[in-house]
Design a protein around this ligand. Structure first.
Ligand SMILES: [Fe+2]
Length: 174
């Protein structure tokens, strides 16, 4: 199809395929992060969101159904990059006291990517008249935002505890 013949509907379908890929990848990344995390709350957050994300994958399948297209994934370069960075960070920091902070940071980078994508998809779905799809996409969007906020709270605690352990915080450690 010539570029000029493409519509917002095509953009919606392409982006949906991108997020479908990213979401499946994120389930895997979250499970891996849960195994690597030392901090109990962080580990819990990863496990909970891995389950939530599996449900989000199903929601995306419902959206494909609503628009009458088959559920197909298209390689998402952004997500691949984020996952590659996570692997690299795990190699560099996996055994260090900063490991949990680094894991939380990687997960938040993924959440922000997803928030951007779901925000766009929700708006486009509404504009294209797919009200039910917009609702499903918004449910996921809210879960991603909640997860991002939770990770911020946990990361702040991890960082304070980490700084105290290193003796670098303003808090007297003994
Ligand atoms: Fe997600």
């Amino acid at each position: 199809m010539a570029t000029k013949d493409k519509t917002l509907h095509d953009a919606f379908y392409e982006t949906l395929k991108d997020v479908y890929y990213a979401e499946k990848q994120s389930v895997r990344a979250l499970k891996k992060s849960a195994k690597a995390a030392d901090h109990e709350e962080l580990r819990q957050a990863f496990e909970t969101h891995a389950e939530e994300s599996a449900n989000q994958v199903e929601r995306l399948q419902q959206v494909f159904e609503i628009i009458g297209k088959s559920a197909r994934a298209k390689t998402c370069e952004a997500m691949q990059g984020l996952t590659a960075e996570m692997e690299e960070d795990l190699e560099d920091f996996g055994d260090s006291p900063a490991a949990d902070a680094v894991l939380a940071a990687c997960a938040q980078a993924v959440e922000h990517y997803e928030i951007a994508r779901y925000g766009t998809l929700k708006t486009w779905a509404a504009q294209l008249g797919y009200g039910d799809a917009a609702k499903l996409l918004d449910e996921t969007l809210q879960e991603e935002k909640k997860t991002d906020q939770l990770l911020t709270q946990i990361a702040e605690r991890i960082n304070v505890e980490g700084a105290a352990a290193e003796g670098g915080s303003g808090r007297k450690s003994a």
